[in-house]
Design a protein around this ligand. Structure first.
Ligand code: SF4
Length: 652
């Protein structure tokens, strides 16, 4: 705040002169009297009293003593009496007032004098006391008008108009036009003191710019009262007698760039003005310090954060595009959605909830708008990068959600970090679509990491291979002959089919597809078929597993052994012919061999000439090898059984 003292304020020329004359007289006489207070300011009069300058209410109080007539002046009669009664009469009447006395006293006796002013003011009383003609005191134009309308004054008679020196010039300007226009015989003497006018003018100019005007002067000083009245038209105005009446309350609510004006009436000494100035200055400084302290304390109560600071923030609001956070600063924090997460498919509410305490990095501090922008994903990414680096170090498999298929691969988000998986590492075949992976959770291994650039490259293939390797290792550790698996036919070959039994593909040879005789595996299964298989044998080193799709409970050999025995004669169907004999099916799944030597009692050199595939023949079971599950059949044995037995010769 700025304190400004009005250019013209305080003692006027007349008051200063009166005090000087009085003090000089007091020095000369040791003790003197003033007729009434020298000025309307108790501070000054108290001070003068200490210098032996007393106040006489009546002339008789100063009889025989030197008496000072103050600047207001007195009536002619009082002046004469004073000169007669007192030892000396020092006339300190202001020359400007004296001039009015002269104007008034010089008016012809037949004329009239109008004194515009306060009839109770000593100056006005004194002026009136110098008139030798009719004298009227009017406070305003209405009273002048009343004089004429009542006939007290005639429009035809000459009259003089004088004005109390401290009268408001603005009001007089209004009246003078009216008087000139309506009362043309009135001669106007502008006796308003310039000191008063200038004080009023300066005070008004200052009041127009100020937020507060302090008018200093005695409560009974009319010119000070007028200053206060003028100032009050423009701003808050206080009327004080001295600095003791000032308080901090006066500047409450004022802006820091406010102007505080000080003006003072003509009876206010310079030291009182200085004291008021100094006191106000102290009040302002104290207030500013207090405000500064408060502001400083307030400032200190807030955290200061700077760009790139990592901070803890509490989520206090969520909207579509951002999270609003509180971080103990005077600014409000905002985390835009794209700074909350790397996942382009996520909503704000998917990432944070109101009340969450989160770590974030300050990306921008905008003091002018009172906002701070932050990024959660940078923290997550940094933390994620640490975890990813540790995972790579430990050769761990990570999991993440595929958020997008991009040129050359897919993006996976894990631990808040973006990981690029090249297409060749996705495990998706060239003919497949990378888009099919989007929104799926996938395992991957980190194959490249650049923490500075925040670049991570991963491989789903390596992760799945590792899983499969682990599964294979476990498989080989636990595999047993006779173990049953539910498998899927992967491929079909002439010699059998490969069946996926989880960790490995096992081979089911054609003969093991069914108990029945099989021409080609395609006649039994097709790729993708689910079949039950049993481990027949395995070789961990060669990673080979032989499987059988035959159900042991349906083993036809068991049925054969139970139902047939050696020497049984049965019907069988020729199913194949070889060089050494023909195979004949006894029951489905059990074929017996009719050796070439057992086809006939005659010598057979060409089997096909005597037997044909599909031919049903009667055969005799001549041998059963249970260990090798082989059956030997014979047609010849039946032929021999049927041959007549020759009788023994008598000669024998
Ligand atoms: Fe004189 Fe003017 Fe001061 Fe009155 S205000 S004492 S007229 S100088």
């Amino acid at each position: 705040m700025l304190i400004e003292i009005a250019d013209k304020s305080g003692f006027c020329f007349g008051v200063e002169r009166a005090i000087r004359l009085t003090e000089e007289a007091a020095e000369r006489y040791g003790e003197i009297y003033t007729l009434g207070p020298l000025i309307h300011n108790s501070i000054v009069t108290d001070s003068l009293e200490k210098k032996g300058i007393h106040i006489a209410d009546e002339i008789s109080d100063a009889a025989g003593k030197p008496l000072v007539i103050r600047s207001h002046g007195v009536t002619e009669d009082i002046e004469s009496s004073a000169r007669a009664v007192c030892s000396d009469c020092i006339d300190a009447t202001c020359p400007f007032v004296k001039k009015i006395h002269n104007i008034v006293s010089q008016q012809p006796e037949a004329s009239a004098v109008i004194i515009l002013g306060d009839e109770k003011h000593p100056e006005v009383i004194g002026i009136k006391g110098h008139a030798r003609c009719r004298a009227y005191v009017c406070a305003d134009i209405a009273q002048i008008k009343a004089l004429y309308e009542s006939g007290e004054l005639s429009y035809d008679e000459d009259a003089a108009l004088v004005i109390q020196t401290t009268f408001d010039r603005g009001r007089f300007a209004e009246y003078s036009q009216d008087i000139s226009k309506n009362y043309c015989r009135v001669k106007i003497y502008d006796t308003i003191c310039n000191a008063t006018t200038e004080r009023q003018k300066n005070a008004e100019e200052l009041a127009k710019r100020a937020a507060l005007m302090i008018v200093v002067g005695g409560k009974s000083s009319s010119n000070t009262g007028k200053l206060a009245e003028i100032c009050a038209r423009h701003c808050t105005t206080v009327f004080v007698q001295d600095a003791s009446q000032l308080s901090k309350q006066l500047i409450k609510g004022l802006r820091s760039d406010s102007i505080i004006g000080i003006t003072a009436g003509a009876s206010t000494p310079a030291y009182t003005i200085r004291e008021v100035h100094r006191t106000m200055d102290e009040i302002i400084k104290t207030n500013e310090n207090e405000e500064l302290d408060f502001a400083s304390m307030l400032e200190q109560s807030f955290r200061r954060v700077y760009t790139n600071n990592r901070v803890k923030a509490t989520v206090v609001g969520i909207n579509k595009n951002e999270a609003v956070v509180e971080l103990g600063t005077k600014q409000t924090g905002y985390i835009p959605l794209d700074e909350l997460t790397n996942d382009p498919n996520a909503a704000v509410s998917d990432v944070v909830s109101i009340g969450d305490e989160i770590d974030a990095i300050v990306t921008k501090v905008d003091d002018s708008n009172g906002v701070i922008f932050l990024s959660k994903k940078k923290v997550d990414s940094a933390l994620g990068m640490e975890k990813i680096a540790a995972s790579k170090e430990a050769n761990e498999t990570l999991e993440g959600v595929v958020t997008a298929a991009v040129k050359g691969g897919v993006i996976v988000i894990t631990n808040g970090t973006r990981v690029f998986i090249p297409a060749s590492q996705t495990g998706v075949p060239r003919s497949g679509k990378l888009e099919d992976l989007v929104k799926k959770t996938v395992p991957f291994k980190v194959i490249e990491i650049n923490e500075q650039r925040g670049r991570v490259v991963g491989s789903i293939r390596q992760a799945t291979k590792e899983v499969r390797d682990a599964e294979k290792a476990k498989f080989w550790e636990s595999i047993e002959v006779g173990q049953k698996f539910e498998g899927e036919v992967r491929s079909i070959e002439d010699y059998g089919v490969f069946v996926d039994i989880g960790a490995v593909d096992g081979l089911v040879r054609t003969s093991e597809l069914t108990w029945n005789r099989v021409g080609h595996p395609k006649d039994i299964v097709k790729e993708g078929d689910k079949i039950t298989v049993i481990v027949k044998s395995f070789d961990p080193e060669k990673k080979r597993v032989s499987l059988s799709a035959k159900d042991p409970n349906e083993n036809p050999w068991t049925k054969f052994v139970a139902d047939y025995a050696i020497d049984d004669v049965i019907k069988a169907t020729i199913v194949s012919i070889t060089e050494f004999g023909a195979f004949a099916q006894i029951i489905p799944g059990v074929d017996g061999l009719i050796h070439i030597s057992q086809i006939s009692t005659d010598r057979v050199t060409n089997i096909a000439s005597v037997l044909a595939v599909g031919q049903e023949v009667d055969v005799k079971i001549i041998d059963i090898d249970t260990e090798k599950s082989r059956v030997s059949l014979s047609i010849k044995a039946l032929m021999e059984d049927a041959a007549p037995v020759e009788e023994a010769s008598d000669a024998e």
